[in-house]
Write a protein that binds this ligand. Sequence first.
Ligand code: PGA
Ligand code: ZN
Length: 421
Amino acid sequence: MSQIAELRCRTILDSRGNPTVEVDCLLASGAEGRAAVPSGASTGEFEAIELRDGGTPWCGKGVEKALAHVRGEIAGAVVGRDVFEQERIDRALIELDGTPNKGRLGANAILGVSMAVARAAAEECELPLYRYLGGPAARRLPIPLLNVVNGGAHADNNIDFQEFMLAPIGAKSFTSGLRMGVEVYHKLKRRLSEKKLSVAVGDEGGFAPDLPGSDAALEFMTEATADAGYRAGSDLVFALDVAASTFAKSGKYHLDGEGKVLDGDAMIDRYLRLADRFPITSIEDGLAEDDWSSWSRLTARLGERVRIVGDDLFVTQEPRLRRGIAERAANAILIKLNQVGTVSETLAAIRLALEAGFRVIISHRSGETEDHFIADLAVATGAGWIKTGAPCRSDRNAKYNRLLRIEEELGAAAAYGPLQM
Ligand code: PGA
Ligand code: ZN
């Protein structure tokens, strides 16, 4: 009865108004699981390939080819299989695709099916997804990284760094941590409007004001934290996603907003100064995805006190993560399902990272849907951190709201934050 009977799929819209893939996995028992695929803007060069149709419909971003693969070849390989065989199904899809980057069938087609299979399996055994994926011990709610100031490729302003986040590390629970973050977010909005700065929001719900640079963004966040009655450094700390690959050109970093061109070592010095001035818990993609030696130097100089997070560097893929572990190029990894394209490979990357003592941050993409799979993934794996935007826009809040419900469901068993900070 736990056999997969049918795959259905369709185009839906993501939070940027672009088409994306949604898949339903129907079982012989009548149970079904549905999943939607997110999409990045500052995509890493080494990510699995998202298949887009090109041409004029949907401004070239249609996903009809990916959907046709789901209905055709992929359904042919998956229908009739036992839904509980997630790894076998994912492996069959990887082999069916036959390319190293899922470029033939499309990582969007493959991931939609892989996630829908996991959801259908959870439905079949009447378990919440976090329990199905994580087992009876899953009880750890993540610290939210709330992206309250947006720059870089996610906003139309002069801030070179892409994301400035609040991390309510001093909270006792996810619910109270989220509340703290929300309070600071609203105080920040008030401060920005008092200074006649824009409070229009970027792709991930954070504000996108025209500030002179990253120091100014962190100053505003420090002030807003105090306005809300919290201490920056103990109640809340800050996190950055620089997304440096987006402004790196042949070994140099072009900070156009600030009018500077820096080499890897000058960027590292800059992060040291920022970490001396502000309570920064993590720096993601501080350097470009191919600048491995600078990454190792950054980790050596700052890794003791700051989480050095590889996003575009690792693209959730085991081989790149293995290299990063061997070269001490980072001490943390950002996890995005669609960078690798299957649930099993995502879980394998998380396992490898945790075994190596790396911190793990489960992440959304800048283009999202109402699907909140990653909330369950964070609890299932006990990652202890989630990055899913500002507490604004329903595509972001779908994840936070799901975590609020999970914490309620877990009751006294719930824990907050990673086992090891
Ligand atoms: P993206 O941004 O989804 O546009 O890649 C998120 C990130 O860089 O972490
Ligand atoms: Zn990133």
